[in-house]
Design a binder for this molecule. Structure first.
Ligand code: ATP
Ligand code: MG
Ligand code: MG
Ligand code: MG
Length: 483
């Protein structure tokens, strides 16, 4: 069946509703009660206290499509974006959750039914592989899960044991933890040939794509490291919507799915870069501007959802990650020949694609576009002066790079990123040395205190955000405090 990304999201939620799960709306990308977390990066985040038993809900089964950002912080996929076919900064994680209700057996049976039943996703069984935790010194191999997969209909030779790195999950150094099972899809020999790889599962990550992670919260780890079985065992699963969409649409890359092609088309229109490559080729090619178009499409989604959830560009914390993402998008626009602001118009393209699932975008998009435009205009002034001086020689020479940073405000990460694209080794040490020397000089001649101030335009916009959110969106206020 050829399902659109929007239909796949809806089918997933409907399937689990049919299994007694409560459909819960995605939480904000700014975690509500968790200062340890930069951005929401998994479906389970909003249920953390429920898993810990600190919060009670009126349901014991839930299903969500959760907005996630993995840029900065513990999971950081920012560098991957544009270069792998399956990583985004912003993505949607489809999940089903059991809070002390069902455990491994049902979680496995549900996942298999949804993926393979002809009434649902109808994936041929011989295209799937499954992993289980192989065991280590403190936890035995998850034979239980393996037996259940076999009982569900997975041939034993398609089940592989994997180490803790991939298949053991823990919330922190203490607390709930347990083995995982992951489901992989085989893109086929063409994918391997096209990528110039061909190794058997699980070694070839071009050919076999991880689509779904089932986490079994089985144990409680105490501070001395002992594991005791949890009184109420729970389940947390996560499947990337963009990956399963590419799979069900018969594509090699997430960027070839219908969640991305309209954005790649918009990026071409708005940058004025018309490629002779087809959309399918643009989704996988490493040349001719294709990575830049993918980066713009990805970063536009990420920036749109972050700003919509109350983050504003700034020089620290969440706002800094957002700023970095926006500037990277802008730089790739320049690489494609667009020197005028364009990212703010990408925001409207993102809204048009995503508004059915996230109606809040209809309300916020105009404001988001204004924030992006302001950042584009401000950054353009830096670039006008600085870019002309950002030569390969400068990128190789830390002292010169530092001078560009000092004189024109050219951001460090921007230069590092540019060097990476040009396959030049950026002189980090030289840069740091020059920076240190400058700081010492400054300290020696220090006369008065310095004050951190936000550009007035942001203060104004911050005000709008604050009013827009009202009392229900406390997180908006928190972020404004950063500006
Ligand atoms: P990978 O090994 O591919 O980086 P992961 O093991 O880090 O993925 P999990 O933490 O298990 O990912 O998250 C659950 C699911 O979310 C993954 O199986 C995948 O489908 C999806 N996912 C994870 N990271 C990303 C990302 N950066 N972009 C898109 N989808 C993602
Ligand atoms: Mg990862
Ligand atoms: Mg993985
Ligand atoms: Mg995983």
């Amino acid at each position: 069946r050829n399902l659109s990304g929007n239909q796949i999201r809806e089918d997933f939620l409907r399937f689990f509703e049919g299994k007694g799960h409560r459909r819960v709306h995605s939480s904000s990308l700014v975690p509500a009660n968790d200062p340890t977390l930069l951005f929401t990066n998994a479906g389970m985040n909003q249920f953390k206290d429920v898993f810990l038993g600190a919060e009670k809900r009126e349901y014991t089964r839930a299903t969500t499509s959760q907005k996630c950002v993995r840029a900065g912080g513990k999971h950081n996929d920012l560098e991957n974006v544009g270069f792998t076919r399956r990583h985004h900064t912003f993505f949607e994680m489809l999940g089903n959750f059991s809070f002390g209700d069902y455990f491994k057996k049902d979680a496995i049976a549900y996942a298999w039914e949804l993926l393979t039943s002809p009434d649902w996703f109808g994936i041929p069984k011989d295209k799937l592989y499954v992993t289980v935790f192989e065991g280590n010194d403190s936890v035995p191999r998850d034979d239980e899960a393996e037996a259940m997969w076999i009982e569900t209909g997975v041939p034993a030779d398609r089940i592989f044991g994997m180490p803790a790195k991939d298949n053991f999950w823990q919330m922190g150094d203490t607390g709930p933890c347990g083995p995982c099972s992951e489901i992989f899809y085989d893109l086929g020999v063409e994918a391997a040939e096209e990528a110039g790889t061909d190794k058997p599962f699980p070694q070839d990550d071009q050919r076999y794509v991880e689509v779904w992670n089932l986490v079994f919260m089985q144990f409680d780890r105490s501070s001395d490291g002992t594991l005791t079985p949890l009184p109420k065992q729970s389940v947390d699963t996560g499947m990337g919507l963009e990956r399963i969409s590419a799979v069900l649409q018969g594509k090699l890359s997430n960027y070839e799915s219908d969640l991305f092609t309209p954005l790649i088309t918009a990026a071409q229109r708005l940058t004025g870069f018309q490629s002779e490559l087809s959309l399918d080729q643009l989704a996988i090619s490493d040349t001719k501007g294709a990575p830049s178009l993918r980066i713009i499409a990805d970063h536009a989604r990420c920036a749109t959802f972050l700003i919509s959830d109350g983050v504003l560009p700034s020089n620290e914390g969440r706002g800094y990650v957002l700023r970095k993402i926006l500037r990277r998008g802008i730089r790739h626009g320049r690489l494609l020949g667009q020197e005028k602001p364009f990212m703010h118009e990408m925001v409207l393209a993102v809204r048009d694609e995503m508004k059915t699932a996230y109606p809040e975008l209809v309300e916020s998009a105009e404001r988001v576009a204004k924030v992006v435009l302001a950042e584009e205009q401000q950054f353009a002034r830096t670039l006008e002066l600085g870019l002309r001086n950002m030569t390969e020689d400068v990128l190789r020479n830390g002292a010169k790079a530092f001078s560009l940073y000092e004189t024109f405000g050219m951001p460090l990460d921007f230069m590092v990123d540019a060097a990476r694209d040009a396959r030049i080794e950026f002189d980090v040490e030289g840069f740091e040395r020059a920076k240190l020397e400058e700081q010492q000089r400054a300290r020696a001649s220090w006369k008065g205190g310095s004050q951190k101030t936000a550009a007035p335009v942001y203060r104004e916009l911050a005000q709008t955000v604050f009013e827009g959110y009202g009392a229900t969106r406390v997180d908006g206020a928190k972020v404004i405090a950063l500006v």
